[in-house]
Design a binder for this molecule. Structure first.
Ligand code: ADP
Length: 638
């Protein structure tokens, strides 16, 4: 007879016949991971762990992929749950280990058998002297875009990535991608408020030749749009857009401090990047939205992935499908750029245990390390706007986004620009700074703790953040209805989180009526009722008498319940400053000359966004200039 069948219930059996009992069978276990409960099933045969399979979970796929492979392997190979967590994914690792313990407990086996012995960890070997045509530091959006581009042009590529996964903030962020693609943007109506913004720009006196050129281009685009006179079936005009308009809005939103040549290039590259990503397999949502601070409803996002994950997976799949010569060295932190005969020829880096590496680059090195929002010392050193960006202000960023590329480039004499401009994102979780605790998409109604509107929600991010910091409790609620909420058929939000859990945690509330919603939000019901009524009136008329919001898109109306609200506060999100580049991504030194062999793209660069980055401009920046860097390094080093 099977050992386990001798006992009626495994757990009872363990107590009654622990000396003879050897568990066999498959047992389910659950424990809390980073985002939610993780379920595992553990197969036991005569008290040996035969397999561990991770089941239902809401962890971020790019971050958890390695955990879900490596941790079960280590458990099975070593017959222990004394396993080290995977760096950068500690909570997810603890979740898997906790769930396995839970399953073992339920099996009735003697769990101490699996907790003896030394701790085991993943074996990582680092090549001390790798060589490649192109060495890229950082495997986020910019790094992967550069890698795919350079490899498609025949170059061998090595990515040095300090964490256990690629994706960086590009993957963790909302995933909005601004691009002036007239066909998609035209699915929206054009309001009078939006037309007024264009007319105002056309009437403005240009501040320099480049702006004059862009305004002239906008005038042409606007004239052609009017001549076409395209209308929707209900007679409303379709929404206008053009790269010149995108560039002009971006420059103005950064207080005209950005390099307008870079801004112009960004706005022209973005629609091309949309097409390239589509060809690689990314599926976009049918209709664009207007991410917070995006200034125009040109924010595209992926339909086949959650948040920014789609960009990263699309690149990784392209590398695999096209068998591109791209290698990734994980757990490899770059420390130093090495110059020889006036040219950058390689990178000094360290492996997880401090193992030394020198990666040599035949053609050049691309810096793609992101910004410095997770480096409190740097943000305190450079910030001049917010007064105090110490650890009391959370960040939306991954912990590895610490400005390393900026420090490395500065040592070589790179010019740094706009370092004092640091962005607070208004719509973060007040406790953790996460951007993920929401059910809305686009920019809906914002109300303060008095149940009242307090700002034009379509304003710049710095304006909104400042307004929030002046409200009671320095927090606010976003209000949306069920029809417009972005919750999929499995009850999961656009970041992959279970809405039911967010409700249990009090981060999201749901109610059938506005009065009930107010009560759950802890705001005066009569105020919220009045606010929602006025909001709907504005949405019907498209005229916001109170705050001058230029438009109400149909994805933010509140015409009927049920309703949702989620609570937010600003957190440090983006650092606009960084190394100066030219439009071909050469890193520029303090004398205005390119540093030979050194290129940079993404948030590590400065000068593209001025004082304030437009919402959903970061990913087009990283991916488009990443592409330019990949092209330039190969083209000029044949
Ligand atoms: P961007 O949007 O500019 O591409 P991301 O934040 O998406 O920036 O990605 C930056 C990537 O660079 C992250 O994956 C981060 O872990 C990596 N990184 C940062 N510093 C280093 C370093 N010193 N060595 C290797 N990788 C790094």
């Amino acid at each position: 007879m099977h050992a386990a069948t001798k006992c009626l219930a495994a757990a009872v059996a363990a107590a009654l016949c622990s000396s003879v009992y050897a568990a066999s069978g498959t047992f389910e276990g659950t424990a809390m991971g980073k985002n939610d409960q993780i379920k595992v099933s553990v197969e036991l045969k005569e008290d040996r762990i035969v397999s561990v399979k991770v089941g239902e979970n809401y962890e971020t796929p790019s971050i958890s992929r390695r955990v879900f492979k490596v941790v079960p392997e280590l458990i099975v190979d070593n017959q222990t749950v004394n396993v080290d967590s995977i760096s950068g994914a500690t909570f997810t690792s603890f979740g898997v280990l906790g769930a396995v313990r839970d399953a073992l407990k339920k099996s009735g086996t003697d769990i101490s058998k699996f907790t003896k012995g030394p701790r085991v960890s993943e074996k990582i070997t680092i090549d001390p002297t790798p060589k490649a045509d192109v060495v890229i530091i950082g495997g986020g959006g910019a790094g992967l875009s550069a890698a795919v581009t350079a490899a498609r042009k025949g170059a061998s590529v090595l990515i040095l990535e300090k964490s256990s996964f690629v994706g960086g903030n590009t993957m963790a962020a909302g995933g909005g991608f601004n691009a002036a693609v007239p066909e998609t943007v035209a699915k929206h109506d054009m309001s009078k408020g939006q037309a007024d913004l264009i007319e105002a720009q056309l009437a403005a006196k240009p501040l320099n030749e480049k702006q004059a050129e862009l305004i002239a281009q906008l005038a042409e685009d606007w004239k052609a749009y009017k001549a076409r006179g395209e209308k929707h079936a209900d007679g409303k005009p379709v929404l206008f857009d053009s790269p010149a308009w995108h560039a002009l809005q971006t420059w103005a939103a950064g207080d005209n401090k950005a390099d307008l040549n870079l801004v112009d290039k960004l706005s022209h590259l973005a629609p091309e990047s949309v097409k390239i990503l589509t060809d690689m397999g990314l599926v976009w949502n049918d209709k664009t939205s207007q991410y917070v601070g995006a200034l125009w409803p040109r924010s595209h996002d992926a339909a086949n992935y959650k948040s920014g994950e789609g960009f990263i997976q699309t690149f990784l799949q392209t590398i695999a499908k096209e068998k591109l010569p791209v290698k990734i060295s994980y757990y490899t932190r770059a420390d130093n750029l090495v110059m020889k005969d006036g040219r950058v020829v390689g990178v000094e880096a360290k492996g997880p245990k401090g193992e030394k590496m020198f990666a040599s680059a035949n053609k050049g090195v691309i810096l793609a390390t992101g910004g410095f929002s997770a480096n409190i010392e740097m943000r305190m050193k450079y910030d001049t706007k917010w007064g105090n960006l110490d650890s009391s202000i959370p960040t939306t960023n991954l912990s590895g986004i610490t400005g390393d590329g900026i420090v490395m480039a500065e040592k070589l004499g790179a010019n740094l620009v706009g370092m004092e401009y640091i962005q607070l994102l208004p719509i973060c979780d007040p406790e953790t700074g996460s951007v993920q605790t929401t059910v809305s998409i686009g920019t809906p109604l914002y109300v303060n703790m008095e149940g009242k509107r307090f700002v034009n929600e379509l304003e710049r991010r710095d304006v909104i953040s400042k307004a929030i910091l002046e409200q009671p409790g320095k927090k606010f609620w976003k209000v949306i209805n069920a029809k417009n909420a972005r919750i999929d058929k499995n009850g999961v939000n656009s970041y992959g989180l279970k809405v039911e859990t967010l409700i249990k945690q009090g981060k999201v509330v749901k109610a059938d009526t506005v009065e009930e919603l107010a009560q759950k939000m802890g705001v005066p019901a009569d105020n919220l009722v009045k606010t929602v009524k006025a909001w709907n009136e504005f949405c019907r008329k498209q005229v916001d008498e109170e705050f001058g919001r230029p438009s109400c898109l149909d994805n933010v109306t509140l015409f009927e319940g049920p309703y949702y609200a989620d609570i937010h506060s600003p957190a440090v999100h983006h650092t606009m400053g960084g190394v100066q580049i030219d439009t071909s991504t050469h890193v520029i030194d303090k004398n205005g000359k390119p540093i030979p062999g050194l290129y940079a793209a993404g948030e590590v660069t400065g000068g593209i966004h001025g004082t304030n980055r437009v919402g959903a401009n970061a990913i087009p920046d990283a991916l488009s200039f990443g592409r330019v860097a990949g092209e330039t390094v190969v083209n000029e080093n044949k």
